[in-house]
Design a protein around this ligand. Structure first.
Ligand code: AMP
Length: 400
């Protein structure tokens, strides 16, 4: 069964074609800079295999429709990968915001698309791009099943006392203002991998999963279900991210309006694009931050301290939420590749039975690795996330 996974963003479309009989990747790539003067498609066929082949094509990509056409043309150019488009049994679409309406991956119908549209105010930048991707895929692959996999779905098990903000209740009822959480596909994927590796059934395991990439979030998982997470109504709350602030005092907004002549749009931009690691030290890539620290940059050092302190603080909070913790999992760009961030995020937690093995920790994680010391009561794991495979698995399970 061949499944095409589409992640349609505001100016890019990422794609991956998988053969779900053995979960191998047939092709993976992206179309970038949609709507800009020069767009580009990059694709790798059968990555890692002897006959791996790379394709790059530059041309103007006016919109998502043009981008999807480029992807289809590219996939069709290798007849070993797909002989005919009817070869593709299903297309899985990452959809950022499912609001309270979607707890599971869902087969796309006209009725459910109306509900996805209704949720646009909750994710005004992401959901429209996701909807565009779905519309074009429906036209281009009319014989394939189309399935939406929501970033928010895994967190729909969070109890009311954890997802409510202490705001007037009518804002929840009328505007659906509450915490939703994101990165759900990633948290769910690494949680089930971790349960398998620890050798406990997923519905009996308690985990703290830590997704540290350009976006960062943590999830408290009790008996296999998300019971709390750090991202909120939008992907801004919680941990310190590449360019996003994470938690700030909400009164800062009013302060900026009154004292710094800023508009709501300016503040939105400031908190999402100019804050986080970048706001603190001018750099948002953790590799650059380490290089700057080596060169004696004190602000870079501060940025690392602020991020890892916030991580540690939320680990403590989620230990209190869960009581018993069987495992802590690090994943995504920083979580997989950065031993220093892992070490600093867990510093001083030995008294809670959380101890890294410093030698094993000192590596970039390419496959799941147990990073905790023998005596650590809580197992610590580095597990690479694979959102495309996770989406393809979800799609397969829906179809079955
Ligand atoms: P992601 O959003 O999961 O693709 O993660 C992207 C982020 O991972 C980058 O912005 C970097 O900060 C970080 N990253 C990637 N590779 C490394 C590495 N080798 N060491 C430290 N951080 C890394």
């Amino acid at each position: 069964m061949k499944i095409l996974v589409i992640n349609s963003g505001s100016s890019s479309i990422k794609f991956q074609l998988l053969d779900m009989n053995d979960e191998s990747i047939l092709a993976t790539g992206l179309v970038e800079r949609i709507g800009e003067p020069q767009g580009v498609l990059k694709c790798v066929f059968t990555p890692g295999a002897d006959d791996e082949k790379e394709v790059e094509e530059k041309r103007i990509v006016t919109d998502h429709r043009a981008g999807m056409h480029m992807i289809v043309e590219c996939l069709g150019s290798d007849s070993d990968v797909i002989s005919d488009y009817t070869d593709i049994a299903a297309v899985g679409h990452r959809v950022v915001h499912g609001g309270e309406d979607f707890q599971q991956p869902t087969i796309i119908t006209d009725e459910m698309m109306e509900v996805v549209k209704k949720n646009i105010p909750l994710a005004p930048l992401h959901n429209p791009a996701n909807i565009d991707g779905i519309r074009v895929a429906q036209e281009l692959f009319p014989t394939a099943s189309q399935v939406a996999v929501f970033d928010t779905a895994f967190h729909q098990t969070i109890p009311a006392y954890a997802y409510h903000y202490a705001l007037p209740y009518n804002l929840y009822e009328q505007q659906h203002i509450r915490r939703y959480g994101f990165h759900g596909t990633s948290h769910k994927f690494v949680a089930s991998e971790c349960a398998r590796l620890i050798g406990k059934p997923l519905n009996k395991i308690n985990l703290i999963t830590i997704h540290l990439g350009n976006g960062c979030s943590m999830a408290a998982i009790k008996n296999g279900e998300s019971v709390d997470t750090t991202l909120g109504m939008t992907p801004l709350e919680g941990l310190v991210m590449g360019t996003r602030s994470g938690d700030v005092d909400p009164a800062i907004h009013a302060f900026l309006v009154r004292n710094c002549n800023m508009s709501i749009g300016d503040i939105d931009n400031l908190l999402n694009k100019e804050s986080g690691l970048k706001g603190l030290c001018g750099l948002n890539d953790m590799r650059d931050i380490h290089a700057a620290i080596e060169a004696g940059d004190k602000r870079a050092e501060l940025a690392l301290e602020v991020q890892t302190y916030r991580n540690r603080k939320y680990i403590g909070a989620f230990m209190a939420v869960l009581g018993r913790v069987d495992g802590i999992v690090f994943t995504a760009g920083i979580g997989e590749n950065d031993p220093i961030v892992r070490q600093k995020s867990l510093e001083g937690l030995g008294c809670f039975g959380i101890e890294l093995d410093p030698v094993v920790n000192n590596q970039r994680v390419k496959e799941p690795v147990r990073l905790s010391a023998e005596k650590s009561k809580v197992q610590i794991w580095g597990i690479p996330t694979n959102e495309e495979l996770a989406i393809a698995r979800e799609v397969k399970s829906v179809l079955e």
